[in-house]
Design a protein around this ligand. Structure first.
Ligand code: ME8
Length: 517
């Protein structure tokens, strides 16, 4: 048993009815960065991601392909697990909602909601969007000129009329509003919170939670003519992943309630209205926070001359590099807002920030150390005020980053880190260590020491964002694996003069445009 605090973080689980796309990549990368940050900061982290394999959308797509829903899910799900691995994500488990453990968890939570008197049978008639797997009120839909009625997200809706079990959502309006009031951090960012509070204040209707017109889902306990509405089983994945329904299991006791569900803004209602109501009904604690990130859009231009219009995450990581892609997404788009990506924007970030600002500073300072300090961490003399200033800026980074990460502001953490990198470049240029080599070699060593020490802290803090490249940087600074956690930041882990350094190698190569044909 560890005395480290527990931290349970999840992504949404993806519908695998198509290939993994850039939105899936963005979400798992951001969540991975948050998970890695917490691990390095001393938490015992459990990070869950996976696939949402039931529902009408999956069944219809499988039918179009001429195979069974299960065959289709078995073919598709591994592509999503492979994407997370390709993007160097550190998830502790990958859940598929077609696994037996998940049927058990979904049926258990259903039974608890039924025991609470919150489930009753009636008949449903209304609009349903298969693409969104969501029910809509008539006044949320619009009949287009083309004769197609569409829901609020622009997807077609169809009329559904069938016997259905209902969840007494209407009974949870006040408890939910009280929960939002008492737990202001429950929903982030603030715009999302306001939107949800307004929606719930408008009143809640009971929710249809089963279907009878198809069978691709978790059977309703005691009535297997019905399968559960896909969102009931989908949301329950967060419980399955840590051992529910075994509430005595070590992992359930350690990790529930979840600390953070990271999801996209289009599914905020499911996570902050339905999910907490289901949990309240089942008598289970609520997750501490739900964060709805923004959407990423391709600016519609050709991504790269050699690969054409790349929107496939595998092709993107191959073209630009995994660390480079991770950095771009997290730096370029303020987390929580929508953003664009384009070939030029990605290349700009790679070359200006990673290759130039960070990579060159490491290359220049460490190759001087290799050449003029016998490849050892230099001995330093008394610190000047410029030395003190840049060291203090680096030492302050952990607190700034922690505050930002507490509210998922990954871009704010990165901006602070790269501000110190920019300051360190100015410090290095102004100190002119190359000129000091002849005039004042002792001073040169101090400047090189201070620069290396700033790079050490930047390298440690960059591990959640660019794990492989940050690892290379820390290796050429001679840091053993057990010297790379956040407890080594600031004064605690200062480089020791005299330590032997390996031969420096480039950390971030420039992106060079492939030859145009
Ligand atoms: O909604 N940019 O699955 P999904 C950023 N199975 N994020 C995006 C995006 C984009 N262009 N497109 C989608 C589902 N996302 C359900 C979730 S959770 C219990 C069940 C995000 O495959 C989207 O907001 O449609 C969601 O968080 C995730 O990708 C999976 O979307």
């Amino acid at each position: 048993m560890t005395d480290r605090p527990a931290y349970y973080i999840t992504t949404a689980i993806s519908y695998p009815n198509g290939a993994p796309h850039i939105g899936h990549a963005y979400e798992v990368i951001a969540t991975d960065a948050l998970a890695r940050f917490k691990r390095l900061d001393g938490y015992d982290v459990f990070f869950l991601t996976g696939t949402d394999e039931h529902g009408q959308k999956m069944q219809q797509t499988a039918a179009r392909e001429g195979i069974s829903a299960r065959e289709f899910a078995d073919r598709q799900a591994p592509r999503f697990a492979a994407m997370a691995a390709e993007l160097n994500c550190s998830n502790d488990d990958f859940i598929r909602t077609t696994e037996p453990r998940h049927a058990a968890a979904s049926q258990a939570i259903w039974e608890r909601m039924a025991e609470a008197g919150d489930i009753y049978k009636d008949s449903y008639s209304g609009w349903y969007s298969v693409r969104d797997e969501a029910y809509y009120q008539e006044n949320e839909t619009v009949l287009g000129d083309d004769g197609v009625r569409r829901g609020p997200q622009g997807t077609p809706v169809e009329w559904v009329e069938e016997e259905s079990y209902f969840f007494r959502l209407s009974a949870y309006q006040e408890p939910l509003l009280a929960h939002y009031r008492d737990n202001p951090a429950f929903i982030g960012p603030d715009e999302r919170r306001n939107e949800v509070v307004r929606f719930v204040e408008g009143g809640l209707r009971d929710l249809s939670i089963s279907r009878t017109t198809f069978d691709w889902g978790v059977p309703v306990p005691g009535d297997d003519r019905h399968v559960m509405y896909v969102w009931v089983d989908a949301l329950t994945n967060y419980l399955t992943g840590i051992g529910y329904p075994d509430t005595d299991s070590a992992s359930y006791k350690r990790f529930w309630p979840a600390d953070l569900h990271v999801i996209g803004k289009d599914i905020i209602r499911f996570h902050t209205v339905y999910w907490p109501a289901f949990l309240m009904s089942a008598g289970l604690p609520l997750p501490k926070r739900v964060y709805g990130h923004g959407f990423l859009f391709n600016r519609g231009e050709k991504m790269s001359k050699s690969v054409g219009n790349v929107i496939d995450p595998f092709a993107l990581s191959e073209t630009y590099g995994v660390d480079q892609l991770r950095y771009f997404f997290l730096r370029e788009v303020p987390f929580g807002q929508d953003g664009n990506y384009s070939h030029d924007a990605i290349v700009g970030r790679i070359n200006a920030d990673l290759a130039n600002d960070l990579g060159n500073l490491a290359q220049r300072s460490l190759s001087m150390i290799a050449k003029h300090c016998e490849g050892r961490v230099p001995e330093y003399g008394a610190f000047s005020s410029a030395d003190e200033e840049i060291l203090a800026a680096a030492d302050a980074l952990l607190e700034t980053c922690r505050k930002a990460i507490e509210v998922q502001a990954l871009h704010t953490a990165l901006a602070a880190i790269f501000q110190v990198v920019a300051d360190a470049n100015r410090y290095f240029a102004a100190s002119e260590p190359w000129a000091l080599r002849k005039s004042d070699p002792e001073r040169m060593k101090t400047v090189l020491y201070v620069t290396a020490e700033v790079l050490r802290q930047v390298g440690i803090l960059m591990q959640p964002i660019t794990p492989a490249a940050a690892g290379r940087l820390l290796s050429i600074l001679g840091l053993a694996d057990d010297r790379r956690s956040f407890s080594e930041l600031a004064g605690a882990g200062r480089l020791s003069p005299g330590g032997a350094l390996p031969k420096p190698e480039p950390v971030f190569p420039r992106f060079v445009e492939p030859e145009t044909e």
